[in-house]
Ligand binder design. Structure first.
Ligand code: CUV
Ligand code: SF4
Length: 626
């Protein structure tokens, strides 16, 4: 099939070309069309100089020094406005991740009390390790008793008035000392987020640097707090991921099966949907309607959670959520929270797809709401899946077109699984770094964004890194992008430089390791902390770097902030709305080095972005004398 240049330039993924062509023929709009209609995007917003924090405004600062307003009505300068807006983005992102973490703590609590409907404690070793970390005695107690104490302790982290957050103490002592010196060692997770909202209210904090420090503090409460809670408690309840084979891309949909897409973030829902999909009565019902079975696939981070733990196929990343519906083969799109486009409502009306929302926190126009709760989790999940199965009868075969493309992948590299693959300690990895076989480790993460050719940022950057012997660890939509192009196969070692190739071949691992969903960036922090502790240095001394080549969400802003606060140089592939504040821009790209030993860079070209990361690793290697 030949596609127009207009379509080809939107993505590197052939399934996207096919679906966009279909959409065009059917006169259906997608995120790319809406993006084009939005152009030119608001220049004030792009620069971050628009303020709506009080009703004397809205105010916007002129980008020209000798023309137009240079201060808001209250007197706020461009830097004040930019800093306030930026840390409000961090508050939004940290709140999203941490509320996800809180939901997991809640599920653990109910499970320990015997009140949850269908959950159990799957990873007792992790439960014991976490209990020890929190000073909870395990001797002679049942797993439920231990879990109850742990759930209460973890729950308390959110509303704690004074610090510290327990998991922050996994960071090297030098890092913690520096956070304390700068006043950014966080207290309760909720408290830091609330303090951002307070300090950005009109007439409170009007010092851009002071504002940014609070942003970093809240972001640390996300990365080493809320997100880490989400990851660790998910592992206790659902199992710590281990290497497993799977598949990725829209080709995982099956024409002769009931197709259910689980989209969103929290495994609390998706784990139960998975359990319901193998319910014999529901499978029989699907067969009774002429389907061969029920095919559950994942989208975005909930997809990553299912993929890492169970090898459930990944249908696609953020920019493919509408495209899945456009195949005409999706009988239900089941969502919970985060990164779910409200556009899905109207779109599903053009097809038979049932759009099912499940969280009281996230309702959508055009969706059927089936409220999920932990107490009756399995029975509600069965109802939801039952509804999807019923809807198979409404599928219009002439409207079905499923692209063939999909790739195999090997996923499930939790920190524990990586250490196991290395033979029980991090030493072989550290030795490979010392010898130079591996130049360093890059965490490449984050969303898709129509501002960048879909997946080009992700794949272009990752390919350049592995070619230069950089081991890549990944989460989120980058993980899905790299899985789709086969970079998560051991055979992809062929695309790596000789040193990395040798290491991957001897261990039988891919050069790109899937570490999970966005909250699982906490797994990357844990690996970095363990490596730094093993070498007796700070994280900022390691030859490591981060990148978010196609980021778009507020969560990504919080992630970037905590990764930099953890001492890791980070490259952003889309421009953050800060350039209207020269001081803020300087602090983020330079000054942060003096505060947390790392800073941001912005580079929209993926190959050049990789180059910045490699140069950073070379400099860190030199400083370490390796
Ligand atoms: Ni939470 S935050 S688009 S699904 S990575 Fe994907 Fe990941 Fe960004 Fe959202
Ligand atoms: Fe304008 Fe200041 Fe009000 Fe913002 S807080 S809208 S800059 S007056």
């Amino acid at each position: 099939m030949a596609f127009s240049d207009k379509i080809l330039q939107k993505s590197i993924d052939p399934t996207v070309h096919q679906m966009l062509d279909r959409a065009e023929q059917a006169g259906i709009e997608t995120v790319w069309d809406r993006y084009e209609k939005m152009l030119p995007e608001c220049g004030f917003g792009e620069l971050g100089v628009c303020c709506r924090n009080c009703n004397m405004g809205p105010c916007r600062i002129s980008p020209f020094e000798d023309e137009g307003p240079q201060k808001g009505i209250c007197g706020a300068t461009a830097d004040i406005i930019v800093a306030r807006n930026l840390i409000r983005m961090i508050a939004g992102g940290a709140a999203a991740h941490s509320d996800h973490g809180r939901d997991l703590a809640h599920t653990l609590l109910l499970t320990a009390e015997g009140k949850s409907g269908g959950y159990e404690i799957k990873d007792e070793a992790k439960l014991a390790a976490l209990a020890k970390e929190y000073g909870i005695t395990a001797d002679g107690r049942t797993k439920e008793e231990i879990a109850l104490d742990l759930a209460k302790a973890v729950y308390a982290e959110f509303g704690k008035q004074e610090g510290p957050l327990q998991f922050t103490r996994r960071a090297p002592q030098k890092r913690v000392d520096q956070w304390q010196k700068m006043g950014i060692d966080p207290r309760g997770i909720d408290r830091e987020i609330v303090e951002i909202m307070h300090r950005t209210h009109i007439g409170v904090d009007n010092d851009p640097v002071n504002l940014i420090l609070q942003g970093l503090k809240a972001s640390i409460a996300d990365g080493w707090g809320g997100s880490m809670v989400a990851t660790e408690i998910s592992d206790v309840l659902f199992g710590t991921p281990e290497p497993v084979r799977s598949e990725a891309n829209l080709g995982v949909l099956k024409a002769d099966h009931v197709n259910i897409v689980a989209h969103g973030h929290e495994p609390v829902l998706s784990e139960m949907i998975l359990a319901a999909c193998s319910d014999p009565a529901l499978v029989a019902k699907a067969k009774g309607l002429g389907a061969k079975g029920i095919n559950l696939v994942g989208m975005c981070c909930t997809g990553n959670e299912l993929n890492m733990r169970h090898g459930i196929p990944l249908a696609g990343n953020f920019m493919q959520q509408e495209l899945a519906v456009i195949t005409g083969a999706v009988d239900a799109m089941i969502v919970d929270v985060q990164c779910i486009m409200p556009a899905l409502g109207d779109l599903c009306e053009c097809f038979h797809t049932q759009f099912i929302s499940t969280s009281y926190k996230a309702k959508f126009p055009g969706a059927v709401h089936m409220q999920f709760n932990e107490e009756n989790a399995l029975s509600i999940a069965k109802e939801i899946v039952g509804s999807a199965v019923d809807n198979y009868a409404n599928r219009v075969p002439e409207k079905v077109f499923i692209p063939e493309e999909k790739s195999d992948c090997m996923v499930g590299f939790s920190a524990e699984a990586i250490i196991k693959a290395l033979g029980g300690t991090l030493d072989p990895l550290l030795d490979a770094i010392k010898s130079g076989a591996i130049k360093g480790i890059a965490g490449v993460v984050g969303c898709n964004n129509p501002k960048i050719k879909h997946d080009l940022g992700h794949v272009g950057l990752v390919k350049e890194l592995i070619k230069n012997n950089v081991l890549v660890v990944t989460t989120g939509c980058n993980a899905i992008a790299t899985a789709k192009v086969g970079l998560m196969l051991p055979e992809a070692a062929d695309q790596a430089g000789d040193g990395l190739k040798g290491v991957c071949q001897s261990l039988g691992i891919p050069p790109v390791l899937h570490m999970g969903s966005c909250v699982d960036i906490s797994r990357i922090l844990n690996v970095c902390a363990a490596a730094a502790n093993a070498l007796g240095v700070d994280i900022s001394d390691l030859p490591v770097a981060g990148a978010a080549p196609e980021w778009m969400s507020e969560k990504a802003v919080s992630i970037g902030a905590y990764v930099v606060s953890s001492g890791i140089f980070t490259v952003l592939g889309t421009v953050p709305p800060v350039l209207g504040g020269p001081l803020v821009t300087e602090v983020l790209t330079q000054g942060a080095n003096d505060v947390v030993g790392a800073a941001f860079a912005v580079e929209t070209d993926p190959v050049k972005g990789a180059g910045l990361m490699i140069a950073h690793m070379d400099a860190k290697r030199k400083a370490l004398g390796i």
